[in-house]
Every structure is written in structure tokens, then in C-alpha cells.
Design a protein around this ligand. Sequence first.
Ligand code: AMP
Length: 420
Amino acid sequence: MQFSELGLSAELLRAIGEQGYTTPTPVQQQAIPHILAGRDLEALAQTGTGKTAAFVLPILQRLTAVHSGPTSSPLQKVTHTAPRVLVLVPTRELAAQVLESVRVYGAHTGLRSLAVFGGVGINPQIQTLRRGIDILVATPGRLLDHLGQRTVDLSKVQTLVLDEADRMFDMGFIRDIRRIIERLPKQRQNLMFSATFAAEVRELAHTVLKDPAMVEVARRNAPAELVAHTVIKVDQDQKRDLLLHLFAAHGWHQVLVFCRTKHGSDALARKLEQSGVRTAALHGNKSQNARTRALADFKAGKLAALVATDIAARGLDIDSLPRVVNFELPNVPEDYIHRIGRTGRAGASGEALSLVSSDERIQLRDIERLLKREIPASVMPGFEPQHNHSVPRPAAGRPPAQKPAPARLEFTCKTKITNR
Ligand code: AMP
């Protein structure tokens, strides 16, 4: 299928062409017609599937189309300056990325857009809101600040998007979201995107969505495709040296390294930097400017490593990121899926390497259960663990589904995972 078959306007097709995209991804093929038709939508799609364009393109079309053909159902024209589309996202980084997509795909539409999020001054946001915008991308906290100060008017919103809804729950935004929804017109289109449909996300979907079309492009909790998962068993106190060894031995660049805590990220980033690996840390205690700069430098290839916590890394969109390293495994197995979703994006292959110490064997077991396979594990000569790594036997009736693929190389064994 070609983009031109989706009934998108010439302005949008031009912008898509400028990005070099020819074929819509599965979530785009499935979601765009429903959104153009004005339906509510419940989409199970993780980052990396092209989900942002799946909602941004038809929204832009509906905002610009006046009466152009059978598939388009234009949003009402209003003389107002108040936004007609509200996109709620969990993090500042995701807000900035969605805004970038809105601007890239909407480059020839003349539509005005803004992202409001915390950590930066509120006044420039207020001034832009006053001048008038069509599409507002927002994190819940800062949007509530604007509502409290009456600097935003949500009474003209005709389409609401809840992006990464599962993450909004994880981050405790559900009450904020409900407060925001109360301020929206009852009559509106609702689109919800989530990487997983946990029970609470489903409940929100039931209360917010009306007769939604369902789109599912990944199995429940399915990992990104074509990611090679590997584990190196190592003692906790050897992890830093092992990581340095890997950087030196393989000349790694653009490695996203995950730590569990902000403190741990800072300490590891310092150690890497001191050892000559150009590194920045990305976590919630960093100023917005520092976060933006770190991300820009990393994307531009100026940094060999970006050490991040789960929340800070949520929604990062870095093209063709070759490798993700779990310096520590996450406590919540679903976070492993989010982490590895940073690599192997848009069809590219990637590697997810986890350095696992004996005290993390329960987390590893839970991740393997979620993946429904064991991850090939190896030991690096010179870094052999001294502590017992044996994984407790799984509880009766819940065995890991498959045997691991034989690991031919230390950490390049590919486990091809196909979910579609
Ligand atoms: P997302 O899932 O929205 O985070 O998008 C993941 C990546 O895929 C982004 O870098 C997009 O620019 C890219 N992308 C989106 N749509 C397409 C497409 N149809 N063809 C190729 N790449 C795409």
C-alpha cells in the first residue's frame, strides 16, 4: 500500500515524501482511515511502529480539509484561537517529539501548533497560546497549570489524543487526565494509543472512548521486532569495568544505557566520562535545557553513551539506535520492553544487552516470562561472576515458553522476534 491510497491531501503527501517515507506502516494503514472517518480509536502500538504519524497525519487532514472527498470528515472551522486538537503525553521529551512530528508533517498546511510542558518558562507558552494555535501537545501537569491560570481554553477541542496511555498510568497522571477531560467538550473524537493494555488502561478506554475502532499492531506486551536480546552474567561490582571494556573493545557509539536510579545514572555517566567515553546522563533531576542538549548531542552522534533512567527515556525517538544496554534490569518487566523499544525501530535491527548480577535473577526470570523465551546468557572472560546466578525454577504451570537460541558469539547472538 502507498500513502497516496489513504486519501491524504497533496500537502501531507508532499511532507511525507520529504521525509523519504513511501509505505505506511501497519498502524498507519489501519488507523488512518478510521481517524479520517471521525471515529474514536483504541490502538495497541508501541513506539517505533510509526504511531505518531498514524494520528498526526489524519488529524492534520481533518483540520485542513474543508469538503474534500468522501474519506475526509473535516473538523469544524472556528474563528477562534483556541486549540481544536489536544494531544496528552506523559513526558516532556515525548511532547517535544510529537510537536516536531506535527510540524514536519504539517509543514505545508499552515496550521499552528505548540507543546506545553514543565521545566521551562510558562510565559512564552502563554504568549503563543494568546496568539492562537490549532494543535496543542501537553504534559498533564503543565496543562493543569495553564488551566488554573486560565491561559488556555479547551472548550473548542474536537479531538483528544491520549498518547502512551499506559505510561501516563505508570507515572501517576490518571487523576490529572480525568480533570483535564472534564474541561473538554462532551462531543469530540477520542484516540488512545498504548504499548500495553493493562486493566487500568482498559478501564480508562471504556470511560473515554465511544464505540472505538480497534487497532492492534503488536501482541500484548510484545517486544520490538528484530532485537537481539543477550545477557552477560557479571557481579554487580564488576559491571562498570565490564561496560568500559565493551566500549573499548568494540568502539561502541550511540549506546543508550539504562540505570534504575538517577543517582546511579549520574555515577555511571561520571565514570564513563572519566574513562574517555563521551557521556551524558538523562534523568528527571536534570534541567529541561540539560535534557534537551544531552538528547541533541546524542542524536547528533557527539556522545558515545547516554545514561538514562526509565522515565527520562520514555518516548525517546532516536533513528536507528544500534544498541541498548541494561546496566541494571528494571523492576517492572514491562519496562524492559519499553527500553528495548528504543532500538530495532522502523524495521532496523538492534541489540539489547543486559548486564545481569546474581541479585537480579528474579527480574530476569520475570522478563523472560513476559518475552515467553529465555534470553541467551554468557560470561565475559575476565569478568566471570563469583556469585551464584542460578535462576529459581519457575512456578509450576508457568514455564518459559522456549529454549534459548544457541549463543554463538559472546553477545551478538540474534533472537529474531516477530509479533505481527
Ligand atoms: P513512532 O512509532 O511514531 O515513534 O515512529 C518511529 C519512527 O518511525 C520515527 O523515527 C518516524 O519518523 C519513523 N516513521 C514513521 N512512519 C514511517 C513510515 N511510514 N516509513 C518509515 N519510517 C516511518
